[in-house]
Design a protein around this ligand. Structure first.
Ligand code: PMP
Length: 394
């Protein structure tokens, strides 16, 4: 029903179930990017002519829309970046750098692990990792133990696991984090497109978002920063458009958010991102969540019927990504055969090698759903999977 809004599906015969890697874009997003380059391509926040003013206005309109989308309090709490990886690197190099201990979960994407390693931290040397329980659930007891032993830490946790779809109870994580005088950054790469987010209700300090995982253009993201922390967040990079006044003696920065947005931004991408958010607002996140929940449950039940399947989590508190293995078959071999059948999934470690190591596996096959997918897509996938298994078992 929704696929007609996405030109990709008109032009491709692929059954696309790799939405955790990136999502398809509705035509409004594509048209807006083309519109910018065709009709008012100009720089933002610099020149004062008509097209430049229009570009600036539309650029700032995305900030306003995103603010409302996540229920931030002020537009200046939204800083544009290249994506979640840049948000995490920015905080690791600035605000979080001074903390003695960084606490992450076992289910983190490499983007929330390697920036900490780059600072010379490693396990139990400035970096602590919260255990996972059975079904890959977050171990709250272990988390509180870590916080008790390391108050005033910086906690950096994913909202939804890209590898398994497991969803963390961020509200409870925030409550405990603040109880021990610590700060919370949440990686929202896999949450923003799937359910309604309210940063005030969750009480997060930082929320890192990605446009391309949310039906918007690639190379764009945003970091939400709670207003009172903007005072404490050092500038990451400087240059054009971050500066109020410069002499050879000194630089005086603009206020937030501009002092954090150095150089010419991905203007077309930011403007296009608004169209993705408008599109989602139109459908409503409630509907998106409902459709995806049903598909997730359907997929889980169909997978359960397959002989020798190994599933890692149940459907409770999970959304988007579903990972599995077939005993004695390499996940990447299945991925290659599915590709030949024009079924796009991801096979391998999904940029989450540490959890794969913990589970003693090289990787998994990951099916990742968006609201435009259908039961027919899942039926095609299951049929393809059975065929691939038969070929590999022969
Ligand atoms: N964190 C998670 C959980 C992700 O899934 C991804 C993308 N695969 C990232 C971070 C990196 O996001 P981006 O591509 O926006 O840098």
């Amino acid at each position: 029903m929704y696929k007609k809004d996405f030109p990709f599906f008109e032009n491709s015969s692929v059954t696309y179930l790799d939405n955790a890697a990136t999502t398809q874009k509705p035509k409004e997003v594509i048209n807006k990017v083309v519109d910018y380059y065709t009709h008012f391509c100009s720089n933002t926040h610099r020149s004062n002519h008509g097209d430049a003013n229009k570009a600036t206005k539309e650029f700032e309109a995305t900030r306003e829309t995103l603010k409302t989308f996540i229920n931030a309090t002020y537009t200046k709490e939204i800083i544009f970046t290249k994506g979640v990886s840049e948000c995490l690197n920015m905080l690791a190099s600035t605000f979080a750098k001074e903390f003695k201990t960084i606490i992450i979960s076992s289910l983190e994407h490499h983007s929330n692990i390697t920036p900490w390693h780059m600072q010379g931290r490693s396990l139990h040397k400035g970096l602590e990792v919260v255990n996972v329980k059975q079904n890959l659930e977050f171990d709250f007891e272990h988390f509180e133990e870590l916080l008790k032993a390391n108050p005033n830490s910086f906690v950096s946790i994913t909202h939804v696991s890209n590898a398994f779809g497991v969803t963390h109870d961020i509200k409870e994580i925030a409550r405990l984090t603040h109880k021990y005088d610590s700060y919370l950054l949440v990686d929202a790469a896999q949450s923003l497109a799937h359910f309604k987010v309210d940063v005030q209700d969750l009480d997060v300090d930082f929320y890192a978002m990605s446009s391309h995982k949310t039906f918007g253009p690639t190379g764009v993201g945003a970091l939400y920063v709670k207003k009172e922390l903007l005072e404490k967040l050092p500038v990451y990079q400087t240059g054009g458009a971050t500066i109020n006044d410069v002499s050879f003696e000194r630089s005086i920065m603009l206020d937030a958010p501009y002092k954090y947005e150095a150089g010419t931004q991905n203007i077309a991408g930011v403007i296009g991102f608004k169209k993705a958010l408008d599109y989602l607002n139109n459908i409503t996140l409630k509907k998106v969540h409902e459709v995806e929940n049903e598909l997730y449950y359907y997929l889980h039940n169909e997978l359960k019927k397959i002989e020798d399947i190994v599933l890692y989590n149940n459907t409770k508190n999970a959304i988007g990504s579903k990972s599995f293995n077939i005993k004695n078959i390499n996940s990447e071999d299945i991925g290659i055969l599915l590709d030949k059948m024009h079924i796009a999934v991801r096979a391998g470690h999904h940029c989450a090698q540490p959890i794969m190591k913990k589970l003693n596996i090289d990787g998994t096959i990951r099916v990742s759903i968006a609201f435009y997918n259908t039961k027919e897509d899942i039926d095609i996938f299951i049929k393809g999977l059975k065929k691939a298994i038969m070929m590999l078992k022969d």
